[in-house]
Design a protein around this ligand. Structure first.
Ligand code: AMP
Ligand code: TRP
Length: 340
């Protein structure tokens, strides 16, 4: 294995923590689909080991969430023939490399992670050690494949910077150029989809109000109602993009439109600028229903055959291990583990 030439390889993961939103779809899954093809090898993972870091999850629920997430990936267009699709725990090298990275990452680096601070709040003493170590496992997820590109939403930027720091420190400490310095791919109109009720808050599966988000399993009526009732200001859409400054709800709907239409906010404004929301929202609702409701139908069809989903995940895990086994072996050799 060459240690300086890295094949263009995409890795990304999503936690099977239950429910997928339009934010997950536009910020992550849709972009995973767009990266499939000749340019990259693509590897997509349901990170079940991460899903148990935050709170206790009932085991049967975790199983269901993992299968549902897999169904969501496939319904959105991830093709298991083209991409490696699997759940993290079936590929033990992720956790094995994470241990090495626990010994590379510094306490000070980990203590700066804003996602831990946000999730833990005032309760840090009662959080799991796993929640604190989460970003080192995430770095291992990526680097156990020597992945060069990682598509994610904006909220993951800091974790990807940590991944680069870990790779650089490992390479430096051991005097090798073994791990690539991964590129974050945080692009497009919808890297941060906001709540439909409050344009300053991220759309999230954990928000108390179901009206704040569109779920990938929502039917056409629910999607249309949520868009019709989305909070907006009383002004019409501006005719220039900078007219969206200080109008977070309007900006969010324009961004969602652009991402769903594979277009840009500029193009949406040049077509719909000047319109009232009473005219814009129904067009957006039609677009959202056209794009999303076939996926929710396909998800339920796939969920009806869990054995088939499990077969896909087992096959993906087998393919993944062909890539991870030699990289872990070489890492152990570099570190000085006898018998590697
Ligand atoms: P999570 O559901 O937090 O595990 O996130 C899975 C993926 O979806 C990550 O790449 C996130 O950055 C992305 N994501 C989650 N919520 C949003 C959102 N509201 N807007 C854009 N991307 C998001
Ligand atoms: N931390 C990511 C999230 O919450 C999920 C994740 C785990 C991930 N491992 C990853 C994303 C590796 C990209 C690459 O969304």
């Amino acid at each position: 294995m060459s240690e300086t030439q890295f094949t263009p390889r995409v890795f990304s993961g999503i936690q099977p923590s239950g429910g997928l939103t339009l934010g997950n779809y536009l910020g992550a899954i849709k972009r995973f689909v767009d990266m499939q093809g000749a340019e990259f090898e693509t590897i997509y993972c349901m990170v079940d080991l991460h899903a148990i870091t935050a709170k206790f999850i009932d085991p049967a629920t975790l199983v269901r969430n993992t299968r549902e997430l897999c169904a969501g990936f496939i319904a959105a267009g991830i093709d298991p023939q083209q991409s490696i699709l699997f759940n993290q725990s079936q590929v033990p090298e992720h956790a094995q490399l994470a241990w090495i990275f626990n010994c590379v990452a510094r306490m000070g680096w980990m203590q700066r992670m804003t996602q831990f601070k946000d999730k833990a709040g005032k309760n840090a003493q009662n959080e799991s050690l796993g929640l604190f170590a989460y970003p080192a496992l995430m770095a291992a997820d990526i680097l156990i494949y020597h992945a060069t590109h990682v598509p994610v939403g904006e909220d993951q930027r800091q974790h990807l910077e940590l991944t680069r720091d870990i790779a650089a420190k490992f390479n430096h400490d051991y005097g090798v150029e073994f791990f690539p310095i991964t590129e974050p791919v945080i692009e497009g109109a919808a890297t941060r989809v906001m709540s439909l009720r409050d344009g300053t808050k991220k759309m999230s599966k954990s928000d108390a109000s179901d009206m704040s988000r569109i779920n990938m399993t929502d039917d056409a009526d629910a999607i249309a109602t949520k868009i019709r009732k989305a909070r907006t200001d009383p002004e019409p859409l501006p005719s220039e993009l900078d007219g969206l400054d200080d109008r977070p709800e309007a900006r969010n709907l324009v961004n969602i439109f652009a991402a769903l239409a594979d277009s840009s906010p500029e193009a949406v404004i040049s077509e719909h600028g000047g319109q009232q929301f009473s005219a814009f929202k129904p067009v957006l609702a039609d677009l959202a229903v056209a794009k999303l409701s076939p996926m929710s139908g396909e998800m339920s069809r796939l969920m009806a055959d869990p054995a088939e989903i499990d077969r896909i995940l087992a096959h993906g895990a087998e393919q993944a291990r062909e890539l991870t086994a030699p990289i872990l072996k070489r890492t152990y050799e570099i570190v000085g583990m006898v018998g590697a």
